[in-house]
Design a protein around this ligand. Structure first.
Ligand code: HEM
Ligand code: HEM
Length: 175
């Protein structure tokens, strides 16, 4: 049985972290920006980065099927293994739901029409739509789940010292 994720799965994992932070940054900037014309310039970066996170998540699911993944770390209790698997599944669901809700917002609020006609005056007030709130709430839940995930990784690294982090390492020989 393998004891590491394949290199391409490790690359996808760390690339997702970087793209997620970048998508969040542009989403936050959009939220803070009042001027419609300035928002118009920022949107494409946010959409591209958010869509890239979705594509990477779908690729990750595909490569996990092909490459497999390591068995739960030795010595963990059955409950800890269940919680860990549950959090990983929740991360996958949210990594799909967050970009999907963003795309629904783009398509159902008239924002896409404003883009297609290059007309800033057609920009909808997104705050009026429930999907705006849904996107923000899903992001909040995703960030809380990532925080739990990172805390668990740090616990393994510094308290249990069981080498869990090396399973997601980009370097080293694969078996
Ligand atoms: C990992 C992926 C994504 C993250 C982390 C993310 C993050 C964010 C954040 C933090 C905001 C500000 C929320 C607020 O108003 O409180 C936002 C707003 C928004 N996002 Fe995303 N988003 C993602 C994907 C997408 C995608 C794929 C689309 C569409 C194709 C999208 C469309 C939007 C739109 C239209 C807004 C509203 C901006 C505004 O208030 O003018 N998002 N997003
Ligand atoms: C500094 C930040 C992070 C660290 C240190 C970290 C560390 C790890 C480690 C060590 C594993 C392997 C766990 C195991 O073998 O049981 C893992 C798996 C995973 N990580 Fe992260 N991670 C981080 C950020 C993220 C982010 C931002 C996401 C998603 C947005 C994410 C999503 C996942 C998923 C879905 C898995 C499970 C893969 C699977 O087995 O299906 N991680 N992470």
């Amino acid at each position: 049985m393998q004891n590491q994720y394949s290199r391409r799965l490790a690359i996808i994992h760390w690339l997702t972290l970087i793209l997620f932070i970048a998508a969040f940054y542009f989403g936050h900037e959009l939220d803070e920006t009042e001027q419609a014309a300035a928002k118009f310039g920022l949107y494409p970066y946010h959409f591209l980065l958010g869509d890239a996170v979705l594509v990477l998540t779908l690729l990750r699911a595909y490569f996990i099927r092909k490459d497999g993944k390591p068995a739960p770390i030795a010595g963990g209790s059955p409950l800890a293994n269940k919680v860990s698997t549950g959090i990983h599944h929740l991360l996958y669901v949210l990594l799909i739901a967050v970009p999907a809700s963003g795309m629904i917002m783009l398509n159902t609020t008239g924002l896409l029409v404003a883009f297609q006609s290059h007309d800033v005056s057609k920009m909808p007030d997104l705050e009026e739509f429930a999907i705006h709130e849904i996107h923000a709430t899903l992001i909040f839940i995703l960030i809380a789940t990532i925080a739990l995930h990172v805390l668990a990784a740090l616990h393994h690294q510094f308290i249990l010292k069981d080498g869990l982090m090396s399973r997601m390492s980009l370097f080293g020989k694969r078996d």
